[in-house]
Write a protein that binds this ligand. Structure first.
Ligand SMILES: Cc1cc2nc3c(=O)[nH]c(=O)nc-3n(C[C@H](O)[C@H](O)[C@H](O)COP(=O)(O)OP(=O)(O)OC[C@H]3O[C@@H](n4cnc5c(N)ncnc54)[C@H](O)[C@@H]3O)c2cc1C
Length: 374
């Protein structure tokens, strides 16, 4: 079977590997090319919290060999800043913090050692029968097309997928910080009045402690904060995080990233399948985006194993059906979290505090939340 993957991000590359392993003749297209990103001295600002399902899958396809840049986290503390409610998750297998580039570099190595064709070109659109039209006008016939082009999903929309804006247009501030106190492998998240703020554990550097920041804010609050100096921002972050890691200082320039939620009306159209951020964009509240994308690829791997000679349209349908409940549940829960934790209404504040306390007391509820987080 001839398979085309649109997008050479981590999710597209992982999908290319599982299709190749199932015997497909695979080509991947990406206009930015397939060069690994050289690691910088300090950790990159874009860091992922990957759960055990994602790392187990990456290990299975030989794209997971943790080194000194990977940090294991064993506990997570979530606090509501406007009450004293909190919940703590503890599990030696909670997950790993890793730079997004690091994961893609590992996948590029796996792809590089295989006959998968990587072409530095953008796809313009695909017709319903699987004919891929490149931006330079060239056409390529294929039996199965995977759209993994990230959250803009422009090619998917030009190919007939319907894009649904789920709202929550916000901006996230990400960056690497020096912190006074050690993190002891704990991921810390506090729901502040402006939005959820996470300080995620990173490996120490030359005996100094490091954390990765993810802070999602409404656009107007983000615009006002973007005017502040990095020192003022760091001082504010230390205060808002209730000095959980002591004094903070940025060790590289922080980055503002637009975030929002979206979905496609359907993830499969004939032999065309959308996965990763193309199919579902969510708020970076619980660090789920890439985990959801890898879960899409795991569903594809299972479909290829269960139906080894299925045609492209059956494969696309099977994966989309398998993933639809997860996608909708996560989008709904993330939206709900965002609304509930932003609200100042006394009844909602009370409910929020009770929900956190209940989760903290009941291991079953905590393990259900962990399961959802991959
Ligand atoms: C602030 C923030 C924090 C996050 N934290 C976490 C976290 O802790 N854990 C987690 O699991 N996830 C996290 N995420 C989500 C994660 O970053 C995304 O889910 C992940 O990057 C999606 O990967 P992808 O391969 O689907 O898309 P991308 O990484 O966007 O890759 C898409 C690729 O497609 C290419 N492309 C685009 N257009 C075309 C075209 N026309 N033709 C061919 N190729 C094309 C692009 O060049 C790009 O290389 C976070 C996101 C944000 C914004």
């Amino acid at each position: 079977m001839k398979t085309v993957v649109i997008g050479g991000g981590s999710i597209g590359l992982a999908a290319a590997v599982v299709c190749h392993r199932a015997g497909h003749q695979v080509s991947v297209f990406d206009p930015v090319g397939f060069q690994p990103v050289q690691p910088t001295v300090e950790m990159d600002a874009r860091v992922w919290a990957l759960g055990p399902k994602s790392t187990g899958f990456l290990s299975d396809i030989h794209a997971w060999s943790p080194d000194a840049r990977v940090c294991c986290y064993r506990s997570m503390r979530v606090i509501d800043a406007r009450s004293d409610a909190r919940v703590t998750f503890e599990d030696p297998r909670l997950g790993h913090l890793v730079e997004a580039h690091w994961v893609r570099n590992q996948l590029l190595k796996t792809v590089g050692g295989s006959p998968i064709q990587c072409q530095q070109q953008a796809v313009a659109r695909v017709d319903p029968k699987g004919c891929v039209i490149l931006e330079d006008g060239q056409t390529i016939d294929s039996d199965f097309v995977i759209f993994a082009e990230g959250r803009q999903a422009t090619t998917a929309q030009a190919s007939g997928f319907e894009w649904l804006d789920g709202g929550y247009h916000q901006r996230a501030l990400v960056g690497t910080l020096h912190c006074e106190q050690p993190h002891d492998g704990e991921a810390f998240q506090i729901f502040t009045e402006q939005g959820p703020l996470a300080l995620l554990p990173l490996p120490d550097r030359d005996g100094e402690h490091r954390v990765s920041l993810v802070w999602s804010l409404p656009t107007d609050a983000a615009d006002a904060l973007a005017q502040c100096s990095t020192d003022m921002l760091a001082a504010r972050l230390a205060r808002l995080s209730e000095a959980a890691r002591g004094a903070l200082r940025f060790v590289s320039e922080p980055v503002w990233i637009p975030v929002s939620q979206h979905a496609l009306k359907r993830d499969a159209l004939g032999c065309l399948l959308a996965i990763g951020d193309t199919a579902h964009g969510i708020l970076p509240l619980a660090g789920l985006g890439a985990n959801l994308g890898f879960a899409d690829v795991i569903a594809l791997q299972q479909a290829l194993r269960s139906h080894p000679s299925a045609a492209g349209d059956r494969l696309a349908r099977t994966v989309a059906r398998e993933r639809c409940i997860d996608h909708r549940t996560v989008a709904m829960v993330m939206g709900l979290f965002s609304d509930v934790f932003r609200s100042d209404q006394p009844m909602i504040q009370l409910g929020r505090s009770m929900a956190l306390r209940t989760a903290d007391r009941h291991p079953l509820i905590r393990s259900l939340i962990q399961e959802l987080a991959g």
